[in-house]
Structures are given as C-alpha cells and as structure tokens.
Design a binder for this molecule. Structure first.
Ligand SMILES: Cc1cc2nc3c(=O)[nH]c(=O)nc-3n(C[C@H](O)[C@H](O)[C@H](O)COP(=O)(O)O)c2cc1C
Length: 441
C-alpha cells in the first residue's frame, strides 16, 4: 500500500507503549498520509490528547470530547478513514473488539469501521500468553478485513523479556506498506471503504487462483492447504473428518503478518480466513490434488495443513442410496497423495512442509511419513489431549526437520519432544522454519 494520500484513523489504547504512537503518527505523515486520532480514557493517562491533537492538527476523539470536537466522531472518523490502525491495542480493547463491546472511542470506531482494520497488540508477556488473550487474538485474526500484527519477543517496557512487544513504528509502517500488495492491487485502499471493501473480499474469495494477478516482486509466496475434504458416496452423503480449519487460518494469518503473499486451497471448513488471503475452494481430495499441483509453481513455500481423506468410495452412486435394511459394504480406494506428489514436483528453491496427525506411536509414524514423503519438515500433531486438537485453540505438536540429526543416532532425524501450544505458536514455528529455509535456498 502506498501511504501517500491515505486517510488513517489511529486508535490509541491505554498501554505503556502509547508514546510510540506519536512517532508512528509522524512517520505516517512523512509518508504523505493524513492522520486523525481517537483515544481510550486509559490512553490519555499515558499521553496527553493535546500531543496527538497538535501533531494531527485535528481534535482528538475522546470519550468526553472537547467542545470543538464534532458530535458524530464515532461514525465520522471511521467513515472518513481509508483504514483504521489501533496502536497500541491493549488486552482490554482486543477483548472488546472480539466480543462486540463498544463503550469507548477506540472500540466504537472498530465496530463502525467498514474498511480495513489493523491491530498492533502490546502487553506484558504474561498477559500475552494468557488463555483469554490468545483466544481473543486468534478470533480477531479470523475477522474479515482485520489484520493483527505480530507482537514479537523482546524487552518489554515493564522490564520483562518475552512476547508482547509492540512493533516499532517503522515496522508498523513497513507492515502497512507491504499489506497493499497482499490486497488486490486493482482495489486501492482509498477505495475500500464500505461496499467496495466487500467487493475486494468477495473478489479474493471467488476468483480462481489462476486468474489472480502475480504477487509483489521479491515478496515470498506461500500456498496452504486447509480444512477437510468430502468424498462423495452419493448425491447427499460423503465421508469426511472433523477438521475445523482453525490451524490453517492461524498459519495463513501468521504468514500474512510476516509479509508473505498468502494463497489457500481450502476444503470445507468452519473457520474464516482474514482479509488479504486468496482462497480457492474445493471439495474432494482429487480436486485439492489438482489445484495444488497446478498452483505450486507460484509458491516459495507449501504448507500441507488440510485433513485430506486417505480413501474415497470406489463408486459414487448417481442416486441417493436407498435404505434396504440389509448390510451395505462401501468399497474404498486410495486418494492421491498430495504431499508426496508435490514433493516430486518441487523445485530446489521451494520449501514443502507436511502435517502428520497421529493418535499412537507418534514419533515412529511421523519419522516414517517424513522419510517417505521427502518433505523438508513435518508438523506432527496429536489431538488426543483434553481440550486440544479439532476445533480447539491449543494443540500438542512438534516440528520435525528433515535436515536435523539425532545426537545419538546420526542417521535418524531428530524428533523434538511434543509440546502444548496455541495454533498461533505452531504457525509461528512453521513461518520461522520457512524463513530460515528460504534464507539458505
Ligand atoms: C503503567 C501501566 C502500564 C500498562 N500497560 C499495559 C500494556 O502495555 N498493555 C495492556 O494491555 N495493558 C496495560 N495496562 C493495563 C491497561 O491500562 C488497563 O487494562 C486499562 O483498563 C486499559 O484500558 P483501555 O483498553 O480502555 O485503554 C497498563 C497499566 C498500567 C497502570
């Protein structure tokens, strides 16, 4: 996105990093953007509204606004803006965004904003790792046209070290500049308010991948398979599994936040992708196989996250199979192996990551799958622990790298111990591994 001429509404909530928003405002102005500010009451404890009013040359939208402020700022400001940027976003406002609470200027503007919304969380590491914040961030990432930035590990303002740091103002500007490339170039952000925004989202969803324009030059591209597949038995019945697609959404959002151009081949799933992700919808394993092999030449990284059915009915009945009260035997035949076939077609500069979902003998099965497939890495996950796996936010997992070597037995790959983590943690490990591989490619 070229920031020159863009109208940006900057929402500031009450975190210690609020002072960084002053520098951010100046950087945005230097890029040619016009900025207006809204603040929570808590934010005014950290930075005086007068600072933002002076810098933006416009009254700040406050809960108990100044007399010179306009009466409908909660509607006017978001409508005026090409995009809404919340920096820093506290745990508190993130919770409000997710649950539809709109009792302060920052959350009100979030709710009434119909254009793209960018959120940069910042908080103490313990808050960032709390189950509520993790869950809220994951939900927020699934909102349409909402971009949640990473909060990398580092030294926090409170003196502790860990995740939750606000991106530097320059990094936030870089994120915004990179994101326009992710959105369709033909839809500029100044046009994406209101109905045009949904056109962009619709365009991204409905256009087949092969019809989409090439992504930005020099930008890494990832192709992710997502959701489950449905293998038809007859016109109304199918064989499938319980995959919700949440892991793929977390992976897509994390690649997006790391500046990748993200395309997805998705089977049926409940979770929704954030704006800016190109989605090609498919139903069966054979459809997914075809779409992936067609599209993989455009990708630097392939992540095979979909829960693809291993088998499909050998014969698909054209009519609904009648209930004859007698035994019915379904003959199944194997589906194509998307992971193995994509590895067979992979260029030396491409990275392929497979997924293995195991319920027993985790390590042996995963090591064998990695060896047989020839993938660069395998994400082993096991949804057997209580409250984890299908449909949940936490998962038990480990990433096995093909080029790692076991300290005891040099011929074997090293299989790190499995751990519990959020799907975002898992996604970040995949992104970090991909970046590492691309650097060495
Ligand atoms: C010194 C201090 C620093 C704080 N820093 C943060 C922070 O970085 N992130 C956060 O989520 N909350 C932080 N808080 C807590 C929020 O200020 C508090 O949750 C407040 O209710 C947030 O209000 P708001 O979301 O309406 O701005 C801090 C509180 C204090 C007293």
């Amino acid at each position: 996105m070229n920031l020159a001429g863009k109208k940006i509404l900057l929402g500031v909530s009450g975190g210690i990093a609020a002072y960084k928003s002053c520098e951010l405002l100046r950087l945005l102005q230097k890029k040619g953007a016009e900025v207006r500010v809204c603040m929570t009451e808590a934010a005014t404890q950290f930075v005086a509204p007068l600072t933002f009013a002076s810098l933006s040359k416009c009254p700040v939208y406050l809960k108990n606004g100044a007399v010179e402020a306009r009466p409908f700022q909660h509607i006017d400001f978001p409508r005026w803006a090409d995009l809404y940027l919340v920096v820093p976003a506290t745990a508190n406002v993130i919770g409000k965004f997710v649950y539809g609470i709109a009792d302060d200027p920052v959350s009100l503007c979030f709710m009434s904003c119909t254009g793209p919304r960018f959120v940069a969380p910042a908080m103490n590491v313990a808050m960032y790792n709390s189950p509520a914040v993790k869950r809220n961030l994951e939900t927020l990432r699934s909102f349409e046209n909402t971009f949640v930035m990473d909060s990398p590990a580092g030294e926090l303002a409170c003196g502790e070290v860990g995740k939750g740091r606000l991106l530097d103002p320059a990094e936030i500007v870089a994120y915004l500049e990179a994101t326009n490339v992710v959105l369709n170039e033909s839809v500029t952000l100044s046009e994406t308010k209101g109905p045009v925004k949904s056109c962009a989202a619709q365009y991204l969803e409905e256009t087949a991948l092969q019809d989409l324009p090439a992504s930005g030059v020099g930008k890494h591209r990832v192709l992710i398979t997502a959701g489950r597949t449905e293998e038809a038995i007859d016109p109304v019945r199918y064989i499938s599994n319980r995959s919700s697609g949440k892991t793929a959404v977390a992976i897509a959002a994390t690649f997006l936040a790391n500046g990748f151009d993200v395309s997805v081949v998705a089977g049926p799933m409940e979770a929704e992708f954030p704006g800016g992700v190109r989605v090609k919808k498919v139903k069966s394993a054979c459809d997914m196989h075809k779409a992936v092999l067609e599209q993989m030449k455009n990708a630097d990284v392939l992540v095979h996250c979909a829960a693809v059915a291993d088998y499909r009915p050998k014969v698909v009945s054209n009519e609904k199979i009648k209930d004859s009260r007698s035994q019915l035997i379904l003959e199944l035949e194997p589906n194509p192996n998307i992971l193995r076939d994509s590895v067979a077609q992979k260029r030396a500069d491409q990275v392929v990551i497979g997924f293995a979902l195991e319920t027993d003998h985790f390590k042996e099965h995963a090591a064998e799958k990695l060896k047989k497939s020839g993938a660069d890495a395998l994400l082993l996950n096991a949804p057997v622990a209580l409250n984890s796996g299908f449909g949940f936010d936490e998962v038990r997992y480990t990433l096995i790298r093909a080029n790692s070597r076991n300290a005891q037995n040099n011929a074997e790959v090293e299989i790190p111990e499995m751990k519990m983590g959020s799907k975002i943690d898992l996604a970040q490990e995949i992104v970090d591994f991909s970046l590492d591989q691309l650097k060495n490619a």
